[in-house]
Design a protein. Structure first.
Ligand code: FRU
Length: 484
């Protein structure tokens, strides 16, 4: 990061060419029936992780990893959306771009921390040096950057607070995704890391003023079975418990868990403040059992709710499964925001009740009365309340996507419209409720009032709208069209 070194990219030329590149993408996007309706996506191109989620002076801000000029990713910016109600969002100007020597290959993920009437953002500045590098063991910098903003739109200051060279020894070049929290007047930052032996770690720093940070040690360390890198660590307190949430890469699949290349999960436990280490009291629990869910981050809103945003996508799923929207100028979206609570030691995830405002044309039936022709829809919510755990149950949600329950297994299966997504299962002895959100090209299935969730992109033909119900099940089914 020597001064007077030229940026790799001519940012002035970039900004000049962007409108034309975006206009070309927008033409394809406008004609795409798979463009989502009540989910958050930028105008064009690529989205991945949620960043800097916060409610500040009443307004909800959601920033996100964003590459406007291509649906294939690249050097990320922070896109920006705001909302007054968490349902209707406005797309704002890009908040941060990779236009500094300390972040010229990507304004990577990070978080927001409100202090003294300002938002303090922390993110990872990604830099790739030219040369013969693998960018894991050499060639990459991931600096920790601090941004101060009085309004969430304008940048007051932006500076490196931990330079890559100052990270502790023993790590690869992958150290990123800062999240800051406060404890007894002191600020703490956690960072995801990959050791040189390819283990996932979370590192802990502390600061008295949010500007000077000093390394304290390893907050949490994974073993060989827990992935090679932990991304996007988050820490929060919920109902007197302490939770660490993170996105491990490369967990080996078990019979029912970790079937995606990378996953998300959490541990509950307690911080040992003498050792600066998190001591888990539970095993790792996977947060979502679908195909497309990664890199979540949480924030506490002004009414005290713990809300989770997640990328409705994952890296490295190709060649097994992918997204045909790439040919249409865009890729990926955010999953619906979820409220987290901790009940009997486990996280429950429920869709925000605000989304009930989108419900239209209610239909309610007893399950046994449903005929094939009764239910039909594309952009809808379904609520199935069983009188008791069904003996068998099958619901065709869209074209060839089926959710079934049989012999203690809840199974989501896609045919062709899954574009390579096939089957995910959850073993379940009790099934009392299903709440399903369908958008043009997504399904989010909340099971037993938020006990489990399955999130999936799916690409049915828009005219395939039959919802079939079969099986040996008693209960009630409610249907709503959802309109934003
Ligand atoms: C997770 C992630 C983060 C990183 C960002 C880069 O999806 O790999 O670790 O900061 O995406 O876009």
């Amino acid at each position: 990061m020597t001064k007077n070194v030229k940026m790799k990219k001519d940012m002035q030329a970039y900004w000049q060419s962007l409108p034309e590149l975006q206009a070309a993408l927008m033409e394809k996007i406008a004609a795409d029936p798979w463009r989502l309706t009540y989910h958050q996506m930028p105008a064009t191109g690529w989205l991945n992780d949620p960043n800097g989620a916060v409610q500040f002076k009443g307004t909800y801000h959601l920033y996100h990893q964003y590459v406007p000029e291509t649906p294939n990713g690249g050097a990320t910016h922070w896109g920006h959306k705001t909302s007054q109600d968490m349902v209707h969002f406005k797309e704002e100007d890009i908040f941060l771009s990779p236009d500094q020597l300390f972040d010229e290959d990507g304004v990577y993920s990070g978080s927001a921390f409100v202090h003294d009437d300002k938002i303090h953002f922390f993110y990872t500045g990604n830099v790739k040096h030219e040369g013969d590098h693998d960018y894991t063991y050499s060639g990459r910098e991931q600096n920790t950057i601090h941004v101060v903003s009085a309004d969430g739109f304008t940048v007051e200051s932006r500076e490196v607070v931990i330079a890559h060279a100052d990270y502790p020894a023993g790590y690869t070049d992958h150290i990123r995704d800062p999240k800051v929290f406060e404890h007894e007047g002191v600020y703490y930052m956690i960072l995801g890391a990959r050791t040189r032996d390819n283990l996932g770690h979370i590192l802990l720093y502390r600061s008295d003023d949010l500007y000077d940070w000093s390394y304290q040690g390893v907050f949490l360390a994974g073993n060989e079975e827990q992935g090679f890198m932990w991304e996007c660590p988050d820490y929060f307190e919920l109902d007197d418990s302490q939770v660490v949430l993170f996105s491990p890469q490369g967990l080996l699949p078990t019979t029912y868990n970790y079937h995606n290349p990378h996953t998300v999960g959490y541990l509950t436990g307690a911080i040992n403040w003498d050792e600066y280490a998190f001591e888990p009291e539970t095993d790792f629990v996977e947060l979502d059992h679908g195909f497309d869910f990664y890199a979540p981050q949480t924030f506490e809103d002004e009414s005290g709710r713990r809300i989770l945003w997640a990328w409705m996508g994952i890296g490295d799923t190709e060649p097994e499964y992918g997204n045909p929207t790439v040919a249409r100028g865009w890729q990926h979206a955010m999953a619906l925001p979820r409220q987290l609570t901790l009940e009997n030691g486990r996280l429950k995830q429920r869709p925000l009740p605000e989304y009930q405002s989108l419900r239209q044309h209610t239909q309610t039936h007893r399950l046994c009365e449903i005929e094939e022709s009764t239910l039909k829809g594309e952009i809808y919510e379904l609520l199935v309340e069983f009188d008791e755990t069904p003996r068998s149950f099958e619901l065709t949600l869209r074209q060839d996507s089926k959710l079934s329950y049989q012999d203690g297994l809840l199974t989501l299966k896609h045919g062709e419209s899954g574009f390579g997504r096939r089957k995910r299962m959850i073993p379940l002895t009790d099934l009392s409720q299903l709440q399903i959100f369908s958008d043009t090209s997504s399904l989010e299935i909340f099971v037993n009032d938020g006990e489990f969730v399955m999130t999936s992109r799916v690409y049915p033909s828009p005219d395939q709208q039959m919802i079939h119900v079969t099986g040996d099940a008693q209960g009630q089914i409610s249907y709503w069209d959802l309109k934003i």
